[in-house]
Design a protein around this ligand. Structure first.
Ligand SMILES: [Zn+2]
Length: 104
């Protein structure tokens, strides 16, 4: 996956060209979901496909920035009503351990 800022392949550094758009589900608060369109880019060098992520989602994260912040700040745990199914505990632990990377 790549962000808007990157137009080069993370694998080989080749140039990425627009390939197609795919729907992607984004899970938000209170178990609601919404669908967004994600552009896929194809590397002209190695042929790998990379997804371009919208700006309001952290790279490689499936959840809203607000939820990630809540987890890191300890406001959301596995027992928090409305968040029981997600994020899973391992995901939360990973976020907490990566806390320095988030723009708080
Ligand atoms: Zn490549």
């Amino acid at each position: 996956m790549v962000t808007h800022d990157e137009s080069t392949c993370p694998d080989c550094g080749g140039v990425l060209k627009y390939y197609d758009s795919v729907p992607r589900i984004v899970r938000t608060k209170r178990r609601s979901t919404s669908w967004i369109k994600v552009r896929r880019l194809r590397c002209i060098k190695c042929g790998h496909l990379h997804r371009e992520l919208p700006d309001d989602i952290f790279p490689y994260k499936q959840y809203e920035a607000e939820i990630i912040r809540g987890v890191i700040e300890g406001l959301i745990t596995c027992e928090t009503i409305g968040y029981e199914d997600y994020p899973c505990e391992m995901t939360m632990i990973r976020w907490i351990s990566q806390k320095v990377q988030l723009p708080l």
